[in-house]
Design a protein around this ligand. Structure first.
Ligand SMILES: NC(=O)c1ccc[n+]([C@@H]2O[C@H](COP(=O)([O-])OP(=O)(O)OC[C@H]3O[C@@H](n4cnc5c(N)ncnc54)[C@H](O)[C@@H]3O)[C@@H](O)[C@H]2O)c1
Length: 271
């Protein structure tokens, strides 16, 4: 370990169970010397195993529904009290689509579901930054990261309305990141991660197919949740302090591929 986050204070959203990307980020942040508060939606507290992670990393948990500005205000105020000062890093690792969950086809969306999914998966990122910005809660050169997926740029049919939510999320990173950088010297980025077998990931129809496809297409294969955590730690560290407003692909090279020999071989007949 490199002590990359020694003395840094953070808030980590979205650790549900040990498969969650946020869980791995919390474990790695702890190993790198950070202290942080863990948070998740109150309902996730009952379903998941976040207490185990809190114990392991010596962290406190503050429940917050990321669609409630009131909850987020309470979270940020309490976090600063617990951690004894302003925040250096924030991970937004939140996603949910009711259309996906209920198997509604993209061409036949239930718009109440669409609204809710948008609120949870995209607008929540704006809300989180709004509260941090207005409370002047971030230290200079602090780093805010949200996790996203390449369906924001390319078509993945079963990713459904999450594709639109991710496009909006990435746009918020740029738009809010401008003001956060200009006014408070805080950087904001999104990390676009490979398909990863987590609760949110495996909930997408056809996940088994597209995780294998991505693995065969990528020169390095798929990035794991732990790989994603390592990259996120580097984005929280001082080594990346001039990186902002970026959507950073963390996918073993997938996003720049046209076709790989492995995938092409599947379509070559006996000639
Ligand atoms: N798994 C993948 O294939 C993959 C790929 C690229 C990006 N991502 C993104 O990574 C992030 C983390 O997902 P994951 O794969 O670790 O799955 P996960 O299911 O472990 O995490 C999703 C989290 O969102 C939380 N959440 C849902 N509604 C919430 C609310 N109202 N308030 C606060 N939290 C809420 C859940 O409780 C859960 O902890 C998501 O943004 C996801 O879209 C995942």
């Amino acid at each position: 370990m490199y002590n990359l986050l020694k003395g840094k204070k953070g808030i980590i959203f979205g650790a549900l169970d040990s498969k969650s990307i946020a869980w791995k980020v919390a474990e790695r942040a702890h190993e790198e010397g950070a202290t942080f508060v863990l948070t998740n939606a109150p309902i996730a507290m009952r379903m998941g195993t976040i207490n185990e992670l809190a114990e392991k990393t010596g962290s406190q948990i503050i429940p917050a529904d990321a669609t409630s500005s009131e909850d987020l205000e309470n979270l940020v105020e309490k976090s600063m009290e617990i951690l004894g000062g302003k925040i250096d890093f924030v991970l937004h690792s939140i996603g949910m689509s009711i259309n996906v969950r209920k198997g509604k086809h993209y061409t036949d969306s239930n718009y109440d579901f669409t609204h809710k999914g948008f609120d949870v998966s995209a607008l929540s990122f704006h809300r989180v930054m709004n509260v941090l910005y207005n409370k002047n809660a971030m230290n200079e050169w602090g780093s805010i990261v949200a996790l996203t997926y390449m369906a924001a740029q390319r078509v993945f049919p079963d990713y459904n309305d999450m594709a639109d939510n991710k496009a909006y999320l990435e746009s918020i990173a740029r738009s809010f990141g401008y003001f956060f950088g200009r006014d408070q010297k805080v950087r904001v980025n999104t990390i676009s991660q490979s398909p990863t077998p987590t609760t949110a990931g495996t909930g997408v129809k056809g996940f088994d197919g597209f995780i294998k496809y991505a693995d065969e297409m990528s020169p390095l294969g798929n990035a794991t949740a732990l790989d994603c955590a390592n990259y996120t730690i580097s984005m929280f560290s001082d080594l990346t302090k001039m990186v902002s407003l970026q959507n950073l692909f963390h996918d073993g090279g997938f996003s720049n591929m046209g076709v790989s020999t492995k995938v092409m071989d599947l379509f070559v007949g006996d000639e």
